[in-house]
Design a protein around this ligand. Structure first.
Ligand SMILES: C[S@@+](CC[C@H](N)C(=O)[O-])C[C@H]1O[C@@H](n2cnc3c(N)ncnc32)[C@H](O)[C@@H]1O
Length: 296
């Protein structure tokens, strides 16, 4: 019967996958993978992050990429074949809770977590398949910022059709919420970093076209009448200078790393906050502005 992502796969590969690659690099860097690591990549979609993981773990490592959508798995297998890595990589159709082949040094999930209705069950399955010093790394969009076009579109949708803009589909990526989510699954969150990358579209109209290719808005626009959809879009264009205005924004995403509670896991070292020449004694926090995570 297939999943909604089977129908969205071609548009996703064309419109979104290239725009998400900088975020994949952030997640892979933060996760500090090592040569020889064995990694499960869940909800791997067309597999751009799978190639990054394979590069990081090298020929002595192993990668199992899974996704529920058979169309996505086909794209992923094709990319892996073309890349010609010596790493052992398998691409399989499977639910995110399927951890066969573990225990894993790392379990990675890029822009998949908020797709799962049963997030708790999936996280518990991941915990059960993690090596004692293994890490779970996820990246997810948000926290929302007011000038972000997704938020502007959500505002327009809430104004036109509040019954369809159900608030519980929004991604909850704030530090406290994510820490609690991991804790409830018996895990400890050891890093929470907000990163930004520039996403550009030639026009706002092209953004709307691309967003309708994605799965969430494909569903939403399918539930709206044509008239409602037009009213949402008109509000959106009015907020952003019209359908022909170019659109560039700095989209926030959150990288979160979790592990077994108290595990001594390796994480990427961050540059020191101490400016050159400053005294070696610990300065008071008020001496410098505290940087936003991920923005040194
Ligand atoms: C936004 S795409 C992300 C794809 C890829 N990870 C990336 O970063 O480009 C979300 C993916 O999650 C997959 N997905 C949704 N629910 C799933 C589930 N329960 N188990 C496995 N995959 C799922 C979809 O098929 C889709 O490929």
């Amino acid at each position: 019967m297939g999943t909604p992502w089977d129908r969205a796969a071609a548009g996703y590969v064309e419109q979104w996958m290239p725009r998400f690659i900088p975020y994949h690099s952030d997640l892979i860097r933060e996760l500090t993978l090592r040569e020889g690591n064995r990694v499960l990549v869940t909800s791997s979609g067309p597999g751009a992050e799978v190639l990054g993981v394979a590069r990081a773990v090298g020929e002595s490592g192993a990668v199992r990429a899974t996704d529920k959508s058979s169309a996505m798995v086909r794209y992923c297998a094709e990319q892996v074949r073309k890349a010609g890595f010596g790493t052992a990589i398998s691409c399989e159709e499977a639910d995110a809770s399927n951890t066969a082949g573990g225990p894993w040094d790392a379990i990675l999930c890029s822009f998949g977590l908020w797709q799962y209705d049963d997030r708790d069950k999936v996280l518990c399955a991941w915990r059960g398949a993690l090596e004692p010093t293994g890490k779970i790394g996820v990246i997810t969009f948000g926290p929302p910022e007011e000038d972000d076009p997704y938020e502007i579109l959500n505002h327009a949708l809430r104004a036109v059709a509040p019954e369809i803009a159900s608030p519980d589909t929004r991604i909850q990526s704030e530090r406290g919420v994510m820490a609690k989510m991991f804790e409830e699954a018996g895990l400890e969150m050891v890093r929470h970093t907000v990163v930004h990358h520039t996403i550009s579209f030639r026009t706002t109209e092209e953004f709307i076209k691309a967003i309708r290719e994605g799965c969430t808005w494909r569903r939403v626009s399918g539930e709206l009448t044509d008239d409602q959809f037009q009213r949402v879009v008109v509000r959106f264009y009015a907020a952003l200078g019209g359908p022909d205005a170019p659109l560039t924004f700095n989209a926030p995403a959150t990288v979160a790393i979790a592990c077994h509670p108290g595990a001594n896991v390796e994480l990427e070292a961050r540059p020191s906050l101490r400016p050159p020449g400053a005294p070696t004694s610990r300065p008071s926090l008020s001496s410098f502005p505290v940087p936003r995570d991920g923005k040194p």
